[in-house]
Design a protein around this ligand. Structure first.
Ligand SMILES: Cc1ncc(COP(=O)(O)O)c(C=O)c1O
Length: 359
């Protein structure tokens, strides 16, 4: 039988099989916090929940953001739904309008913009960082801007000065910032800088920090009450409440001591160093990740590489084209050291004789 050509991430999301080394989807292999399972033996509630999200979870989240209240939050099916609902609500408010995206981008962004009726305005990153000059040229006329620092797929973080400058300019122009901070707890270099202000929508999730991807709990936090209301109105007529058992488990996760979360950084840094050095030694050109758990090395014929690595070597990688950058592949290093080493060994075998593709 002819093997289907791999041309979308949906080919790989959730794929697991013995023998496959997956540098594919970014789901932590580390276990979720033990504490979240404590509620299971006594859990009995199966009725509809509040569309906006369970109060206890929203109150717990409000404590994490200075000056926030439970009413500023909407609990969603992962950050994915928070992004979707926010963009749709903005599109409703502005009857479409332009939204600025930085390329390379997380592959859902342009898709979400388009299906909601917004027009993406693309600004290319310069060496993986926002080009402020280009941003300033293109921002006028935009209704919103989407920022993702640390970034999937680049693994880079924006400087605090850049973030503050963007905060200042957008606030003056009344432009919304959607700040996708799902990797905010995975920064190797410094503390996270929380973008804030009347037009900022912070989007986050329990998927990465607490290794709870499949539980599908995320949220948005916004000062703009009208926007929160518009989001809840859409959610009430689409997915309705986020799974309440998942929300209760997420609530338990909010009680996990900070040091338990921070202690994982050591593990991620070790993996980052291993994959970065491994690929560098093979001759790949790539940025050293400063956050999240992705590397984004250059390679020619990226789509063929992704197909060959999967069908011939049982290694999953993502095509850079899905992120708007066709001459790269993305690898997630959210897997243990043994698997990273084995994956690197297979890639090395495949690359042999193709060194010119790395230039
Ligand atoms: C930048 C970014 N935003 C959002 C998501 C979606 O996360 P969630 O599982 O919370 O829907 C991902 C998942 O990989 C991501 O990388």
């Amino acid at each position: 039988m002819k093997k289907p050509k791999i041309d979308s991430p949906i080919f790989f999301v959730g794929v697991r099989d013995n023998g496959i080394i997956s540098f594919g989807s970014g789901q932590p292999d580390l276990p979720p916090p033990r504490q979240i399972f404590n509620i299971l033996p006594d859990y009995r509630s199966f009725k509809y929940g509040l569309t906006q999200g369970q109060i206890n979870l929203r109150e717990a989240l409000a404590k994490q953001y200075p000056g926030a209240k439970a009413e500023n939050f909407v609990i969603t099916n992962g950050a994915s739904e928070a992004l979707d609902l926010t963009i749709r609500a903005l599109s409703q408010k502005f009857h479409g309008g332009k939204i600025m995206l930085f390329r390379p981008y997380y592959y859902s962004y342009p898709f979400l913009a388009k299906i909601s009726g917004m027009t993406p305005v693309i600004s290319d990153l310069k060496e993986g960082r926002i080009d402020l000059e280009d941003f300033k040229k293109k921002i006028k006329g935009c209704k919103a801007i989407l920022i993702n620092s640390p970034s999937n797929p680049t693994g880079k973080i924006e400087s605090i000065e850049t973030l503050k400058e963007i905060e200042k300019i957008t606030q003056k122009l009344g432009i919304y910032i959607l700040s996708d901070e799902v990797y905010k707890d995975l920064i190797y270099e410094r503390e996270n800088y929380l973008l804030h202000g009347p037009y900022v929508v912070t989007i986050n999730s329990f998927s990465k920090t607490y290794a709870m991807c499949g539980f599908r709990v995320g949220y948005l936090y916004a000062r703009d009450k009208e926007l929160v209301r518009a989001v809840v109105e859409i959610k009430a007529r689409t997915s309705m409440n986020t799974g309440i058992l998942s929300q209760e488990m997420a609530f338990e996760a909010t009680k996990v001591p900070r040091r338990q979360v921070d202690s994982q950084i050591k593990i991620w840094r070790q993996r980052r160093d291993l994959i970065y050095k491994g690929l560098k030694d093979m001759g790949f050109d790539l940025w050293k990740p400063e956050g999240a758990f992705y590397v984004f090395p250059k390679i020619k014929n990226a789509n063929r590489v992704v197909n060959d690595l999967f069908y011939k070597h049982k290694v999953i990688t993502y095509d850079g084209a899905w992120f708007g950058n066709p001459d790269r592949i993305r690898l997630s290093y959210a897997l243990d050291v043994k698997d990273i080493k084995e994956g690197l060994r297979r890639i090395k075998k495949y690359i042999k004789g193709k060194e010119s593709w790395l230039k």
